[in-house]
Design a protein around this ligand. Structure first.
Ligand code: CP
Ligand code: NVA
Length: 342
């Protein structure tokens, strides 16, 4: 629906890609591409319209990419940033989300939220009166999807008909969101995981409706070779997500170890296949968690082997960079209503 600026994006929340049409998603990806070209140009052209605005970043879970992307993108757009870390605000403990939204909405032009249930970011959006951007909830990770789609487009030139195979825990934020974005944009989505890690049936049904409109195919399999065969994109994520209890590691390792992305998986994929991961990733022993898990369970790599992570197949650092360009596009479009860079 258009508003008084004539833009479908102006003052709009960005909470899940279920709320955005395929054309709108592609507009944001193209806008991100324009911002990327602008940033890499010999003389950067300033983007106009956001200068002097103030945004807040609320993180109830930790982050490297998402936080840095919002901060750098905001600074590039001439905005000021206030960061609230997982421990330093009253949110949830001494003040409700509804009250927080009504306070922060008086001070800021836009608010990013990373945290737990999707209902929290929905509540924030309901009462803030300014655009709210979902920087990851248990259920969805929509800004990650724009970066993933931009990266896929960079590698294959087109999106329709590309097959993305997701291996691992497919019923959490990244798996759910990939199924949504692929089915909306006409990419085939293969969920390659033990059945108990497949997405919620209601979401699958909804995505099947998106797929029937876009021409995408959605497939579910427990068979690793069948799932990865001829896929252009092999995607995985951590086996235990932020906020999940430590005791779950044993069960996840038992269930998901066969679904580790190995060279055999990549060789079974399409000739021109790429490997994507939202990151952070446990592909070696250079993290404290990686070391702890190795000592306890005797495994040296988790969802992806170090060999694949460091291989020619891997586009994970392009993907990480694209977080910043795509987040810039989301903030710019929803704060100004504009979808082109001057
Ligand atoms: N991919 C992603 O969201 O990374 P961070 O957790 O570092 O923000
Ligand atoms: N599923 C992961 C994604 C991290 C970007 C998590 O929620 O921790």
């Amino acid at each position: 629906m258009l508003n008084d600026t004539g833009s479908a994006f102006y003052k709009r929340h960005f909470l899940t890609l279920k709320d955005y049409t395929p054309a709108e998603i592609l507009t944001l990806v193209e806008l991100a591409d324009a911002f990327r070209k602008n940033k890499k140009a010999p003389v950067r052209k300033p983007a106009t319209g956001c200068e002097g605005m103030n945004i807040a970043l609320i993180f109830e879970k930790t982050s490297t990419r998402t936080r840095c992307s919002f901060e750098v993108a905001a600074h590039d757009l001439g905005m000021n940033v206030t960061y609230l870390d997982p421990t330093s605000s009253q949110i949830g403990k001494k003040e409700s989300i509804k009250d927080t939204a009504r306070v922060m909405g008086r001070m800021f032009d836009g608010i990013e939220y990373r945290g737990y249930g999707q209902e929290i970011v929905e509540e924030l959006a309901k009462y803030a009166g300014v655009p709210v951007w979902n920087g990851l909830t248990n259920e969805y990770h929509p800004t990650q999807m724009l970066a993933d789609i931009l990266t896929i487009k960079d590698n294959f030139g087109s999106l329709k008909g590309i097959t993305l195979a997701y291996m691992g825990d497919a019923r959490y934020n990244t798996g759910n969101s990939l199924m949504i974005v692929c089915s909306k944009l006409g990419l085939n989505f293969v969920c390659c995981a033990p059945k108990k890690y497949w997405p919620d049936p209601a979401l699958i049904k909804q995505c099947e409706e998106y797929a029937s409109a876009s021409g995408a195919k959605i497939k579910f399999t427990e068979d690793i070779m069948e799932g990865s065969r001829d896929a252009q994109v092999i995607y995985t994520d951590v086996w235990v997500s932020m906020g999940e209890p430590d005791y779950i590691w044993a069960e996840r390792i038992h269930d998901l170890e066969p679904y580790r992305v190995t060279m055999d998986v990549m060789k079974n994929a399409a000739m021109d296949a790429i490997f994507l991961h939202c990151l952070p990733s446990f592909h070696d022993l250079k993290t404290t968690t990686g070391k702890k898990i190795s000592e306890k369970f005797g495994i040296n790599e988790m969802e992806v082997t170090d060999e694949v992570f460091e291989s020619e197949y891997s586009r994970v650092f392009d993907e990480a960079e694209n977080r910043m360009h795509t987040i810039k596009a989301v903030m710019y479009a929803t704060l100004t209503g504009k979808t082109t860079v001057s």
